[in-house]
Design a protein around this ligand. Structure first.
Ligand code: SAM
Length: 285
């Protein structure tokens, strides 16, 4: 990709303030012209990791000074950045995507606003939104739930809390934890449609849909690499080619025949009585 930009000569500094700048989530081309202009024309770029942001700056021939910042930085470092933003323009970026979305910046932005610093935002790539658009799941209402907790009890508590929310759920996930999360989801929502969006905007981008049970089997056999967004469709949203017997089998792993029949009936539209009869048969197999 050519990174030549005739604007690179434009180095006049911007007005003082904090500029929140979204950066690509994998494909270097996914950065806006405004983001490049701002990154060139701020005094300092506050970033999570200077090596990661350094690669982006190098690709676009941007020479702006970087300063490491994350939300674990001391209050002093934050105060210094805020004082600097009173006098000079400062950009905030994260390693990838939109700062503050499961990334550092919340405290800095909050305190900067409290200190009446000018804060502005430059929208751009965000894995949650890219995953949602690719998944084919209903997107009129959705809930971004960050990373699921690693510990079983805490993860169960979060899923129980979300059970009453009838919208598409979006989680961030990592390869080594995906199968466990899918199995936990299969226990509570065996019939809901799930999508795994992986390596978005990169060479090996893929999005695989299925029931949580099917996807857990798949990823047990094919351990996933790379970055992942895990999405769960609202109750009643089931793949049109879903096999009712398989849905019943998955549901029967964690619930009674009657409850399983009710759940599968809701998501497939098949008569509950016949599903109940089939569930009793399957349980006896
Ligand atoms: N702020 C970022 C954003 O706007 O998407 C998210 C940062 S969070 C620390 C990193 C997580 O985002 C990854 O573990 C993964 O769940 C998700 N993610 C980031 N890039 C991704 C990509 N290219 N494909 C799929 N998921 C991605």
């Amino acid at each position: 990709m050519s990174t030549h930009n005739p604007e690179s000569a434009k180095t006049e500094l911007l007005d003082p303030g904090l500029y929140i700048v979204a950066t690509p989530i994998g494909n270097l081309g996914d950065i806006t012209m405004r983001a490049l202009d701002v990154l060139r024309r701020v005094a300092v770029i506050a970033c999570e990791d200077t090596r990661v942001t350094g690669k982006l700056l190098k690709a676009y021939d941007i020479k702006t000074r970087m300063q490491r910042y994350d939300d674990h930085a001391s209050a002093e470092v934050r105060e210094r950045l805020i004082e600097l933003a009173r006098r000079e323009p400062i950009a905030l970026v994260s390693d990838a995507g939109t700062p503050l979305v499961s990334d550092p910046g919340y405290r800095l932005v909050r305190e900067a606003r409290e200190a009446e610093i000018e804060v502005t935002t430059l929208p751009g790539a965000c894995a949650a939104i890219s995953g949602l658009t690719l998944s084919g799941l209903p997107n009129d209402r959705f809930l971004f739930a960050g990373f699921l907790p690693v510990k079983e009890k805490a993860r169960g508590d979060v899923l129980a809390e979300l059970a009453s929310v009838s919208v598409t759920l979006i989680f961030y996930e990592t390869g080594p934890r995906l199968e466990r999360s899918l199995r936990a989801i299969a226990e509570v929502w065996p019939t809901r449609e799930v999508a795994v969006a992986r390596e978005l905007t990169k060479l090996h981008e893929e999005c695989r849909s299925g029931t949580p049970g099917e996807l857990a089997e798949h990823y047990e056999a094919h351990p996933p690499k790379g970055e992942i967004v895990l999405l769960v469709g609202p109750p009643g949203e089931t793949l049109s080619d879903a096999d009712p017997d398989q849905l019943l089998r998955d549901a029967l792993k964690t619930m009674s025949a009657s409850k399983a029949a009710g759940m599968v009936s809701k998501s497939t539209g098949i008569d509950r009585q016949s599903l109940y009869a089939r569930a009793v048969e399957l349980r006896g197999e």
